[in-house]
Design a protein around this ligand. Structure first.
Ligand code: CTP
Length: 400
């Protein structure tokens, strides 16, 4: 994910400095080369050795260190980063950069770098709300520095309020967004994901094995690449992706209404949800009791085919469907592409144990409207999402 990327992680002196260790681990796990610069106060909270061990690179702490200067030098540190992240960022470092001060290695590096800089502030709520601090942040934002809003909660100083460092996973995802190509800027991508639930009575429902992983990966990565994303999701156990507008639904009819209500805003619609084709004709008001009969018959009626309806009423939207098949993958998927009036369909062989429902990998074939198709190898769902969005970006802007 971050192979070939270099991140300079600045750690300043706040109690949340320990969370920077987990953030570093996430960057390294994703393949990034990370160099850590710590301020003097940061070293009161976490030792440089921890960061050094996890990054595999020497940790830089001193502005005038002959050995480090020879090896790297603060200017070269500033030059080689694709992204500079300061987490946690104290009011002090933000104030220093806003004032153009450079009196230690981190502030000097921040002043010298031409790379994008991403501050993740964490401090006492009163400090955060202080107009002096707010003016500094505003000033830096005006110059193009990125900021992540602090989380709200119980603060180490005993106060309750805004000022907590967001979870490392959230900071990591925001970093991915800042490092991604912005080829979906200006697009509004409407994604559906997960299963639907069709209720039988107050305690039972009909559903399927969809985990939502494919649709959530598409939503998360589309957002990283600059799109506004609306995610209409059936019930899943997944965390809401960062920065995505979430609409929770349960039944196919609720999903249909949520999608139709937002269609006019969308430029791209991707229907990754596993929608139940049928629902019980009647939902019992009370729990269905066990009777004397050995068998119980359920009568089902057809649900709306949301994708087919979208194919009928779309205007300029690019419409992408999924086809879950267990036999005759290509033939069945092409039929769906044509009858539902799609631009692209992702054909999914759900009979394979390493593809489709509730696994982390997927093997798909992409079929296009002009009759062409391409097969992707077995990939992680994130990578399938990335490749699918590459194709979608191209279809939206063929000359780019
Ligand atoms: N779909 C939908 N509404 C439905 C059923 C399916 O919007 N009621 C969408 C799915 O989100 C997917 C595509 O249609 O993008 C194909 O779904 P799939 O389950 O593969 O096919 P069906 O059209 O339901 O046909 P069949 O079950 O007969 O294969």
């Amino acid at each position: 994910m971050l192979k070939g990327k270099t991140i300079l992680l600045g750690v300043t002196g706040g109690i949340a400095a320990y969370k920077a260790v987990e953030l570093l681990r996430l960057y390294v796990k994703a393949g990034a080369e990370v160099f850590v610069v710590m301020t003097k106060s940061a070293r009161e909270f976490v030792t440089p050795l921890t960061f050094q061990t996890l990054s595999g690179n020497p940790v830089h702490t001193e502005l005038f260190n002959l050995y480090q200067e020879q090896e790297i030098g603060h200017i070269s540190l500033a030059d080689r980063a694709d992204l500079v992240v300061v987490a946690p960022a104290t009011a002090n470092i933000i104030g220093k950069v806003a004032g153009g001060l450079a009196d230690d290695l981190l502030s000097t590096t921040l002043l010298a770098t031409k790379s994008p800089v991403f501050f993740v502030p964490a401090m006492n709520v009163n400090m955060y709300e202080n107009p002096l601090y707010q003016a500094n942040q505003k000033k830096l934002e005006g110059f193009g520095y990125y900021f992540l809003e602090p989380a709200t909660g119980y603060l180490a100083c005993g106060w309750e309020g805004k000022g907590k460092l967001p979870e490392p996973q959230t900071i990591f995802e925001e970093s991915l967004r800042l490092l991604s190509p912005r080829d979906l800027n200006g697009e509004t991508v409407l994604v559906t994901a997960g299963p639907t639930r069709e209720e039988l009575d107050p305690v039972r429902y009909l559903s399927n094995y969809s985990s939502g992983k494919m649709g959530y990966a598409i939503a998360r990565i589309a957002r990283q690449r600059g799109a506004r994303v609306i995610l209409v999701s059936g019930p899943t156990a997944l965390a809401v992706p960062c920065g995505v507008e979430m609409v929770q639904v349960a039944s196919a009819r609720q999903m249909r209404d949520a999608v139709m209500a937002r269609l006019a805003e969308a430029t791209v619609v991707i229907k990754a949800a596993a929608v139940a084709d049928y629902r019980p004709t009647k939902r019992a008001e009370h729990k269905i009791k066990k009777g004397q009969e050995a068998e119980l018959e359920l009568i089902l009626e057809k649900n709306p085919d949301i994708l087919a309806e979208l194919g009928q009423c779309k205007t300029t939207q690019l419409l992408v469907g999924f086809a879950a098949e267990t036999t005759e993958l290509v033939e069945n998927a092409r039929k769906k592409l044509e009858t539902k009036n799609l631009d692209l369909i992702v054909a999914n062989d759900v009979s394979r144990s390493d593809a489709g429902f509730d696994v982390d990998t997927n093997a798909v074939r992409l079929l296009y409207r002009d009759g062409s198709s391409e097969e992707l190898p077995l990939l992680s769902k994130d990578e399938v999402a990335r490749q699918l969005l590459d194709r979608i970006a191209k279809l939206r802007h063929p000359s780019a």
